[in-house]
Design a protein around this ligand. Structure first.
Ligand code: G6Q
Length: 547
């Protein structure tokens, strides 16, 4: 694999961008629009049903040219080709990165270690489809002979956030007779709340875990099993009420789930890139195999766009480069993502993991320190709710906050004027963030002098607006792939491994030492720092006093 590894800051385009940033920093978006009145129509790109307006960014044609040059110098093209060819670009785990194979159409070939993986993907999809149909039609019966009405996905992180997000996003397309619930947190309240009104005889648990060792998921799965046993009192019930999604057949068998009821995936699918693998089983059950297929087609269309479109018209490349521009050159610390769609209310949470777990890294592929900052902090809430809350900081605070607005032309629930009001708000917010409100304008409106400084909105807050026709399974796939590849682009420029997560792995081990120190009857000998020791002792005392 040819991957250019020159330290980022030594690249010619990097240095040119640093000089250029000095000039742009002093230029207001108002000036950029005055000097270049056509930029609103020109700084835009369109593909696979998504229209991306990036004219309200603090960029000129020169900035975009330099960012594109940076992409070339950083070897983005080779990195994209390497990913699609199944090369082991996840170097620290020595794995290919092939979520794009999960949505490759039948007949395509992607070879890993001498084997075409696409037929294996479709074999699992076919088994998932058969199971989903059996469940949806009532042919799959619970242990007592009653059909399944409730589906509870137990998983966390990459085995939860995608399915939860997709469930909310695609409710409109889901079978209303099925109740879907999601349990992730090891806090017992999560499980208790999820099942409090469910009948065990009509409930199916999907235990979703790539490794099948994750503490939270295994604990919740055992609790689910006890809950079922308490009601049905027969070990054989497990086979009708539990299925597994995992890469670890041995652990699935040990748990007591028949591997005939296991849906597999592969080590080349990262957790946060897995909502379109078997981890999406709950999604397929909810929306049906055909619509799940449409979602995969949406993903694939964006994959093809990313793979083949010239960088200056390539949506994920442009979005990724803009994210790098703000993090590495203009000192922005966050990117706010605001979907003007209530169905996408969990999309920012999903993106947080995708972006920050992928690019929250501090060393290059070669293990050297990265110069400057890597991933922005991604966050957000659906509009218009955020407008009545933290948007204040964006309008009048001191920080630079680039934003992504996601807007739709048509609602899935067309009621009265709602959609026009929603859309008027998203356009108005992007406009106000860019152009603000000047002291002059306020004085003309008759605002008294003493109040003017308090009411000035500086503006110059950059944003992208992604405008789409209407939300659908296919559009959701396209949107997710857009961000996946934007994240890929950023990682390629920073020359980091976007596909490992050693920090998360560490977190999975940290609590293990403390668990016995909380649970053992005998007072444990503690050897932590004085703060942790005190907290452990206090917890034990307080819990004992209330027993
Ligand atoms: C994703 C991360 C992490 C992972 C969870 C669950 O990229 O690695 O969020 O998905 O820790 O892991 P399991 O699926 O193995 O239970």
């Amino acid at each position: 694999m040819t991957v250019k590894t020159a330290p980022g800051t030594k690249r010619q385009a990097w240095q040119a961008l640093q000089d250029h940033a000095g000039r742009i920093r002093a230029t207001h978006l108002r000036t950029l629009f005055e000097d270049d009145p056509e930029r609103g129509g020109r700084l835009a790109a369109e593909a696979v049903g998504l229209y991306l307006d990036y004219s309200k960014h603090r960029v000129t044609d020169e900035t975009i040219g330099l960012l594109l040059a940076l992409a070339e110098e950083a070897g983005l093209r080779e990195r994209i080709d390497a990913m699609f060819a199944g090369k082991r670009i996840n170097v620290t785990e020595d794995r290919p990165v092939l979520h794009v194979a999960l949505r490759a159409p039948r007949g395509q070939s992607i070879v890993v270690d001498g084997e075409n993986v696409v037929p294996k993907v479709h074999e699992v999809l076919d088994r998932m489809a058969a199971f989903a149909r059996a469940l949806r039609t009532g042919a799959w019966k619970g242990h007592t002979g009653r059909p399944i009405k409730n589906v509870v996905n137990i998983g966390i992180g990459g085995s939860d956030l995608g399915p939860v997000m997709a469930h909310e996003a695609l409710r409109h397309f889901s079978d209303p007779r099925l109740v879907l619930r999601f349990v992730s947190n090891v806090d017992g309240s999560d499980f208790a709340l999820a099942v409090h009104d469910l009948d065990p005889a009509e409930t199916l648990f999907i235990v979703s875990s790539k490794t099948f060792t994750t503490l939270e998921t295994m604990t919740n799965a055992q609790t689910a099993r006890r809950w079922l046993m308490d009601a049905l009192g027969d070990e054989r019930a497990v086979a009708r009420h539990f299925v597994a999604v995992s890469t670890n057949a041995d652990a699935v068998r040990k748990f007591g789930i028949d591997t005939a009821n296991m849906f597999g995936f592969w080590d080349w699918v990262g957790g946060r890139y897995s909502m379109d693998s078997a981890i999406g089983l709950s999604t397929m059950i909810a929306i049906g195999p055909e619509r799940f297929g449409e979602m995969l087609a949406g993903f694939h269309a964006m994959d093809e766009h990313f793979r083949t479109a010239p960088f200056d018209r390539n949506l994920p490349v442009l979005m990724g480069l803009l994210a790098v521009w703000y993090s590495s050159f203009l000192g922005a610390e966050t990117i706010g993502v605001f979907p003007y769609s209530h169905a996408l209310r969990r999309f920012p949470a999903y993106l947080q993991q995708l972006a920050m777990e992928s690019n929250g890294k501090r060393v290059t592929l070669e293990g050297a320190a990265v110069a400057g900052d890597t991933s922005a902090i991604y966050w957000g809430e659906p509009g218009t709710n955020g407008q009545h809350s933290f948007y204040q900081l964006i309008h009048q605070g001191t920080r630079l906050v680039p934003c992504d607005f996601i807007a739709f032309c048509r609602s899935l629930d067309p009621i009265g004027r709602h959609q026009d009001l929603l859309t008027a708000n998203v356009f108005a917010q992007a406009e106000a963030m860019a152009f603000g409100k000047t002291a002059e304008q306020l004085r003309e409106e008759g605002v008294p002098d003493w109040l003017v400084p308090h009411r000035v909105c500086e503006g110059n807050q950059p944003s992208s607006t992604i405008l789409v026709d209407a939300l659908s399974p296919s559009v959701l796939g396209t949107l997710v792939a857009l961000y996946e590849h934007s994240v890929f682009t950023q990682g390629a420029i920073w020359n980091i491994d976007s596909f490992d997560q050693w920090g998360v792995e560490l977190g999975k081990k940290l609590a293990v030492r403390i668990i016995p120190e909380l649970e053992d009857e005998a007072e444990p000998k503690l050897a932590h720092d004085s703060s942790t020791n005190t907290l452990i002792r206090r917890y034990r005392r307080q819990r004992a006093a209330k027993r």
